[in-house]
Design a protein around this ligand. Structure first.
Ligand code: GDP
Ligand code: IMO
Ligand code: MG
Length: 423
């Protein structure tokens, strides 16, 4: 059976966690394929909010198997905290949570290196979540990394020591003021590794192959968003993995011809957290209202998210790169009450009007050209059927579907599982 993908089409935080949770009942396996604890995926049900970082968003469903794929980077310390929270909720994860032996481990020194790198950049900093993501993927591609499978070897602590020592000299090289107590960090790390080792490690590509062969349904859960992709995002203000569809192939070992549906998730407007260009960003009270009504604060770092209008130029690009087959529009409820809405449908770039995403999208290079829409007044949060959606929202949706040539099959009208309208 083909593997379906669910991906963020903007700069992350589109609502992936919510929709994976909503869709999990249709799948046997939910698999994360990239990223790590830089992700914060929020699920809301039965009046409670849950935030997951590394663990797939299907974990609250008893019947589903949740797999952390080889493309993911795992911080045992954060992973343990996630497990502790699940235990508090009486979630029996032991039988349903599987971890790829080929996933890389985030060391405490990776986190320190992240902080040192950011500090050394000054104003040009990426705005990283400081979870050690960049340094861990650098060690992966540099062929120095420590993997989950290594933890099964007697020699893993030697490998750890050699890498951590190397990191310490690299931190010194940055020559920035980073205070840390490595002994303390290591005590926490080793205790967390012990917990991690009590879980089931598997050869996940083989597991996925056999699962597909036996007809099990698999949903691959993306982290971050397409505009944070290491290749196709707004480099260097990106994360260090391929967040786009191809990342699911390398991050799980799924062959390209085995990909089925590609669900692309986007907010009805745009947000970004961290540094980097954002052509439709608003600095006025409209942007402030989006942030306030949409509670736009990072689920991992608590930082305020920058807000702006929907950028169709960027969205089209993300749909192309991912081969999106179905769209899901999130947070439509947040736009209720705006008199007028705008969507960027083109950019002014070097004196010309263009409709593709150019190499440079810094404010000095592009100016968005907007199409105006009439807003709607109705509160959407209690609506459960598409027939009740206001005409102005239907017009907004119809315009996007026509421009993107992809159906919008879900409209989300609130954070709760139940606030989901299928079309
Ligand atoms: P993810 O990283 O893509 O899983 O998204 P996050 O969880 O980081 O951010 C999405 C935020 O929006 C969370 O606080 C969700 O609870 C919330 N959310 C998701 N869908 C909706 C929606 O349709 N309306 C509103 N108002 N909030 C939503
Ligand atoms: P989810 O899965 C939003 C951003 C950071 C920073 C840049 C690099 O919740 O959508 P990193 O820690 O990866 O080195 O940070 O990427 N970023 C995210 N923004 N949602 C995320 O994940 C993000 N993960 C990383 O803010 O700008
Ligand atoms: Mg998030």
């Amino acid at each position: 059976m083909a593997v379906d993908l669910l991906l963020g089409l903007q700069w992350g935080d589109e609502g992936k966690g919510k929709i994976v949770d909503v869709l999990t009942s249709k799948y046997n396996i939910i698999a994360r394929f990239q990223g790590g604890p830089n992700a914060g995926h929020t699920l809301v049900f039965n009046g409670k909010k849950h935030v997951l970082h590394t663990i797939p968003s299907g974990i609250f469903h008893d019947e589903a198997t949740n797999l952390v794929g080889n493309g993911v980077v795992i911080d045992p310390v954060i992973f343990k905290k996630e497990l502790d929270k699940l235990e508090e909720q009486d979630v029996d994860y032991r039988k349903s949570l599987l971890i790829s032996r080929k996933a890389h481990i985030i060391l405490p020194t990776h986190r320190l290196l992240d902080a040192a790198s950011e500090a050394s950049k000054g104003k040009a900093k990426i705005g990283s979540t400081l979870k050690g993501i960049g340094p861990t993927y650098m060690d992966k591609t540099g062929r120095n990394g420590l993997r989950v499978g290594d933890l099964e070897l007697d020699t893993w602590k030697d490998k750890y020591r050699a890498l951590a020592d190397k990191h310490e000299s690299m931190i010194d090289f940055y020559n920035v003021d980073i205070q840390y107590d490595l002994k303390e960090l290591e005590t926490e790390f080793f205790a967390a590794v012990k917990v991690l080792k009590s879980l089931k490690f598997i050869d996940s590509e083989e597991y996925i192959y056999q699962a597909q062969k036996s007809g099990q349904s698999i949903l691959a859960e993306g982290a971050q968003g397409s505009l944070l992709d290491i290749d196709f995002g707004t480099y260097p203000f990106v994360t260090s993995s391929n967040t786009t569809a191809a990342g699911a192939c390398t991050g799980l070992g799924v062959a390209p011809n085995q990909i089925g549906e590609v669900f692309g998730i986007f907010k009805a407007y745009t947000t970004r957290v961290g540094s980097g260009p954002f052509p439709t960003e608003l600095f006025d009270e409209v942007g402030e209202t989006m942030g306030r009504v949409g509670h736009e604060f990072g689920a991992t770092t608590g930082r305020a998210r920058r807000c702006g209008w929907l950028d169709l130029v960027a969205l089209k690009y993300a749909c192309q790169v991912n081969g999106v087959t179905q769209l899901m529009m999130m947070k439509a409820d947040v736009l209720s009450g705006f008199k007028n809405l705008k969507v960027a449908t083109a950019y002014k770039y070097k004196g010309e009007t263009i409709t593709h995403l150019p190499y440079n999208i810094e404010p000095e290079n592009v100016e968005p050209i907007y199409t105006d829409f009439k807003g709607w007044k109705e509160d959407l949060t209690q609506m459960s059927d598409q027939s009740t959606l206001p005409k102005e929202l239907n017009d907004y949706i119809a315009f996007l579907e026509k421009e993107l040539e992809i159906p919008i099959t879900i409209v989300s009208v609130g954070p709760d599982r139940k606030q989901t309208i299928f079309r």
